[in-house]
Write a protein that binds this ligand. Structure first.
Ligand code: FAD
Length: 416
């Protein structure tokens, strides 16, 4: 990475950011690629990086309709954890967490990955039974996970209202110390820079508007800059997955919903872990800059607008104030929304499709950021080999025919 002296910084501040070196190229699309990835979010960029790095496939294009990381990747609240209930999901998310642990070094890019721990609160006896079940399942899978008492929780988060006065008193919680947060857009930029350096073409401001097939196999994509040929196309477009599938004559079991988040004005450090409550329905962490980063569940209606409804904002802030009464005095700075693609079992789809050469990686819903490196890693292997990576196999579209669903509603819920 380029370093500047104090003088260099002043010079660059005054020259209006002119003549800065590009971090990645801005290539003209070639006529044909070995693999086309549609969608330049974290998952698409990670896929391209691992295709080049692990499988030596460098004749790859990432086609992005906007700018890299401009979708959910840079709109999420950045929670990373792997404490899912079922083996299939736990293995996939733990694979991702292990990759996160060395990723800044691998990409030589500071992703600000901070393992500050993730706390899930329990407010009822049933919550606590579910927590104990999930923690036991996690430990059987070798995942760091603990059951905490109310006193443990209060010690960990002094500002949290653990009194009996609370409408839903805290009865305890689950705690994953290796969980945490990362800087979301840095993840996209880190993968983009590394993929570009390996020869991948990152093609921005280019929308895929059609998927061309011949004799039941994909032969390329129609874009706003013309046709680009490829016999292997991986669609990684999150909330737009249904739209892309329709272009290929397919129907996916996903629904697109707005999901909102908010940040407050920056305040002094008061919260050094991530706190989530499925029951009160809100979650919160504090960024390194000092903002409180807040979110909750999806807006109930389907939609493609990257914004959300007022009732959800009101409900979310009511939940935060219920947990942290003192935050009622903090002003909110910004609010935004993304479009998440939710599956009936709250698990992703990483799969081939009935169209030969056409693959989808989608359905991550409210919780795909944490999976970014793992998702890209297993999807790259799936595209390179033409059949599913062992960790991706349970997440095939076929599960919606076979009934082998992996119900992670308990571990997903409001807890992204
Ligand atoms: C408010 C909010 C909070 C969240 N919080 C968390 C969290 O705390 N932890 C967590 O793990 N997950 C969280 N998530 C979910 C997470 O953000 C997503 O699951 C993840 O970022 C998906 O990454 P992606 O690369 O698949 O999608 P995206 O980043 O959305 O990338 C898809 C890209 O495809 C592009 N695209 C779409 N259609 C086309 C087309 N036709 N042609 C070309 N390009 C196209 C889009 O422009 C976009 O850039 C949150 C999401 C939101 C919205």
């Amino acid at each position: 990475m380029q370093r500047y002296s104090g003088f260099g910084l002043v010079k660059h501040a005054l020259n209006y950011h002119e003549n800065w070196q590009r971090v990645w190229r801005n290539p003209t699309p070639k006529k044909e690629y070995d693999v086309i990835i549609v969608g330049g979010g974290g998952h698409g960029l990670a896929t391209a990086y691992y295709l080049a790095k692990e499988h030596g496939i460098t004749n790859v294009a990432v086609v992005e309709k906007g700018y890299l990381g401009g979708g959910n990747t840079a709109r999420n609240t950045t929670i990373v954890r792997s404490n899912y209930l079922w083996d299939e999901a736990a293995h996939l998310y733990e694979h991702a967490l292990k990759l996160w642990e060395g990723l800044s070094q691998e990409l030589n890019y500071n992703l600000m990955f901070s393992q500050r721990g993730v706390l899930n609160l329990g407010h009822t006896l049933q919550d606590m039974r579910d927590i104990e079940r999930r923690v036991s399942a996690n430990r059987l899978n070798g995942i760091d996970s603990e059951v905490l008492t109310t006193a443990d929780v209060q010690k960990l988060v002094p500002l949290l209202d653990c009194s009996k006065r609370a409408r839903y008193p805290v009865m305890g919680g689950s705690w994953q110390p290796r969980g945490g947060v990362a800087r979301h857009d840095a993840v996209a930029w880190g993968f983009a820079r590394a993929a570009d350096a390996l020869g991948v073409d990152l093609i921005q401001q280019t929308e895929v508007i059609g998927i061309r097939k011949e004799k039941g196999a994909v032969i390329g994509v129609e874009t706003t800059r013309g046709f680009i040929a490829s016999k292997t196309v991986g669609c990684v477009v999150a909330g737009n997955s249904g739209v892309l599938a329709k272009m290929a004559g397919l129907r996916l079991p996903v629904e697109s919903h707005p999901l909102q988040a908010l940040v407050s004005e920056p305040i002094k450090p008061v919260l050094d872990t991530v706190v989530m409550s499925n029951h009160v329905h809100g979650y919160i962490s504090q960024s390194d800059k000092g903002d409180l980063v807040i979110g909750a569940g999806i807006d109930g209606y389907n939609g493609y607008g990257q914004r959300g409804s007022y009732p959800t904002i009101e409900h979310t802030l009511a939940a935060i104030v219920e947990m942290f009464p003192t935050f009622s005095r903090v002003r909110m700075n910004r609010q935004w929304g993304g479009i998440v693609d939710t599956c009936p079992d709250a698990c992703p789809i990483i799969s081939a499709t009935p169209v030969k050469g056409l693959f989808f990686n989608c359905g991550w819903g409210t919780g795909g950021f944490k999976a970014t490196p793992g998702s890209g890693h297993v999807f790259a292997a799936t595209l390179a080999q033409g059949y599913a990576h062992p960790l991706a196999k349970p997440f095939s579209i076929d599960r919606f025919y076979s009934g082998a669903l992996i119900d992670e509603h308990g571990a997903a819920g409001v807890a992204h």
